[in-house]
Design a protein around this ligand. Sequence first.
Ligand SMILES: NC(=O)c1ccc[n+]([C@@H]2O[C@H](COP(=O)([O-])OP(=O)(O)OC[C@H]3O[C@@H](n4cnc5c(N)ncnc54)[C@H](OP(=O)(O)O)[C@@H]3O)[C@@H](O)[C@H]2O)c1
Length: 317
Amino acid sequence: MARLLITGATGLLGSNLIRQTAGSYEVIGWSRSCTAIPSGCAMDRVDLANAEITARCLDERRPDVIVHCAAMTDVERCEREPDVAHLMNVDATRILAQWCVQRGARFVFISTDSVFDGTCGHYSEDDLPAPVNEYARTKLAAEAAATGLLPDALILRTNFYGRNFKPKLSLAEWMLEKLARGERLPAFADVRFNPLLTDHLGRIILDLIAHGAKGVFHAAARDECSKYEFALLIAKVFGLQADEARPELVEDFGFKAQRPRNTTLAVGKLAHFLGRGMPSVEEGLQSFKQSLGIDYMDYLATLKGSGSKAPQALSAR
Ligand SMILES: NC(=O)c1ccc[n+]([C@@H]2O[C@H](COP(=O)([O-])OP(=O)(O)OC[C@H]3O[C@@H](n4cnc5c(N)ncnc54)[C@H](OP(=O)(O)O)[C@@H]3O)[C@@H](O)[C@H]2O)c1
């Protein structure tokens, strides 16, 4: 069985991907803290900011494929600490890619829709990225580092939501919690995206690996919405009142990092390659509801962070 290394294994995407790989790969998960350990894989605690340790652990584990999900994803922190962001997002990616070159392993890099400036949306893989904040600049630089070393690397630009393994709310969970509690829910009406459910994205990643895909692919829903419309859709799908959802403007939040307004991605290349269409945003949310089980109110009760602000959820990553 091929050995698959998933970095960022405790993160939103990494932890969900581990669930989906059971049985098809021997899976190794890496995270910095290992405070929360997804079952179904061997877990290592590896600080990717430490090049020496990373290289040593790679030699010990010898993966056939690396799916590099780990990143410094806090957009505001990246803006405040650009050197740390560069070390984690760019240098760490280069070390992993370098090891893949030496050992003939495959490399999959999870990038972001934020590499675009968001002025027009519907970006295809041929459009020129123009990141407007430090987080996105480091992600784009990491793409370049990976493809510079490994022309066959698979780069996936995406945006997603789902159920967090860690006690931290993803955007959809945070919105769901606010709606279920009837609490005021500020949501950006001027930020547009086309997010995928992590389950759908995970399937796409595994199918792309199985089909030997290389190069840049955009993975997103086939339609789009603003973050405010996303909140309304969640309310509709989950049968909740949306009275407290409020359309807001991102500029009123005083973020240090500039936010791109419309980072919607065109998915024609991906759909053509896989021979299937992408789900709509609403279909994704229906699947999200299904995946939570019939009694999702129990799930809501387990959501942590109640009443707290959710900087990651609010931040237009
Ligand atoms: N969420 C989105 O909507 C979105 C959109 C576009 C692109 N992306 C990209 O998708 C990928 C996954 O995002 P996510 O939302 O799943 O991330 P996340 O939930 O913020 O998790 C980040 C992961 O990276 C790990 N990590 C951070 N610093 C590390 C270090 N120094 N050494 C080792 N591991 C480290 C964390 O480990 P600990 O738990 O131990 O700290 C955690 O497992 C990222 O590359 C992100 O840029 C995300």
